[in-house]
Design a protein around this ligand. Structure first.
Ligand SMILES: [Zn+2]
Length: 401
């Protein structure tokens, strides 16, 4: 649904931000100056006892001096009630007595279709999770145990298992009355060229559900249990629901954690994100099976002004860092930056945490100036970027001592 021009502005003028916010906070009456439309309260988005959360009722904007949360009535409702932009607009419009514009039937149809596909995906996630408890998944469970992923963590990340069957999932879903074409459209099964029955895309793999920023299941990632598999990691294909280059693994929880002041860390894969999150770095995301894209960089900058790109300390990791730098330079704006944490050779974040503890990693994300790095002790190294005018410097980070 699209809104007519001026609708949001009208909405902003009609609702009183202090009233909207007032339902979630207790105002500090000594600090507030109502006559001036100046309101202060302990922040609803981060833990604190003092009142650093400021509402400018006349301008209709809020800002937290603690966690830097900021925005207007719509973004406040989005964050505080955890609803989508459009839902927040609807809530506020109702309150302001404004009529929501009629839904465009074509857009409504498209939204319904996406909801349907997300429901199919949700059913698949449930089924895969059940499979992880079966005897066929013994090897997968042993692998997760070897990676020291606790049963509680497996629950949190909704880890599943795809048995090595041609139509395991397909039969399970069709038995629930889900149409074959929806299963194919969700990217869960593929249709053979000869027109035969659809077959499961994920077979003999550990399954990681991929959710969008709102928490809807939009695709799956799978790690092969077969050492000879062509691809160790496999993502679902691009669908109406899933655009690889415009989503991030763990987007929603990371955004929330970053809002509470955690550094945003960009790791390489699912296992890294899970390991880092479980070690306390909850604002960690990863691109989805591709190199970081422009859209993903923009998403990251919306979450944090200075994301930390954590890369493996091998040649591929350095090459990836250069690629991100080339991508980022033309997009840089005032106040936005990137930091790089290059891990010791041969270690990924998971290994590093296990070998040296979370504290060793924490030193890497400590804020310093953009383009610089992390570990105070390491010697600076000039990096030769392929962009001739820009010579960002970094140091190797997390060098074990
Ligand atoms: Zn705050």
């Amino acid at each position: 649904m699209s809104l007519p021009p001026g609708f949001i502005d009208e909405l902003r003028t009609r609702v009183s931000l202090s009233q909207v916010v007032g339902r979630k906070v207790t105002w500090d009456m000594r600090k507030s100056n109502m006559a001036k439309g100046d309101w202060w309260a302990p922040c609803p988005f981060h833990q604190e006892k003092s009142a650093s959360f400021h509402v400018d009722d006349r301008k209709g904007f809020y800002y937290c001096f603690g966690c830097h949360a900021k925005g207007d009535a719509v973004s406040f409702v989005t964050e505080a009630d955890n609803v989508s932009f459009m839902e927040a607009v609807e809530i506020l419009a109702r309150e302001a007595g404004m009529q929501m514009p009629a839904r465009d039937p074509k857009a409504a149809e498209k939204a319904d279709r996406r909801t349907q596909l997300a429901q199919v995906m949700e059913e698949a996630v449930k089924w895969f999770r059940l499979q992880l408890k079966t005897s066929a998944a013994a090897e997968a469970r042993a692998y997760l145990e070897k990676r020291r992923m606790s049963p509680a963590a497996q629950e949190r990340w909704e880890i599943g298992f795809a048995p090595d069957q041609r139509q395991g999932l397909f039969h399970a879903l069709t038995q629930k009355g889900i149409a074959a074409d929806l299963i194919v459209a969700a990217g869960l099964c593929a249709k053979p060229d000869d027109g035969g029955a659809p077959y499961d895309r994920f077979r003999g793999r550990i399954i990681f559900p991929i959710r969008d920023a709102r928490g809807r299941a939009i695709s799956l990632g799978g790690r092969s249990m077969d050492p000879n598999a062509r691809a160790k990691y496999l993502n679902g294909p691009e669908t109406e629901l899933f655009d690889k280059g415009r989503n991030l693994f763990n987007h929603g929880p990371a955004r929330e954690a970053a809002g509470k002041g955690m550094p945003l860390i960009v790791a390489e894969g699912y296992m890294d994100v899970i390991a880092l999150s479980e070690a306390g770095f909850r604002a960690t995301v990863a691109p989805l099976g591709t190199a970081v894209t422009e859209d993903q960089l923009r998403l990251m900058w919306r979450i944090s002004d200075e994301p930390v790109i954590a890369l493996d300390g091998d040649t591929a990791g350095f090459r990836a860092a250069l690629r991100v730098i080339d991508l980022a330079l033309p997009l840089l704006e005032a106040g936005k930056g990137l930091r790089f944490a290059i891990l010791p050779q041969g270690l990924d974040p998971d290994d590093l945490i296990k070998a040296q503890g979370a504290g060793r990693c924490r030193r890497c994300w400590r804020p310093r100036s953009p383009w610089s790095t992390c570990c105070g002790g390491a010697k600076p190294r000039a990096a030769s970027s392929t962009a001739p005018n820009a010579r960002p410097r970094w140091t190797r980070c997390c060098v074990p001592r």
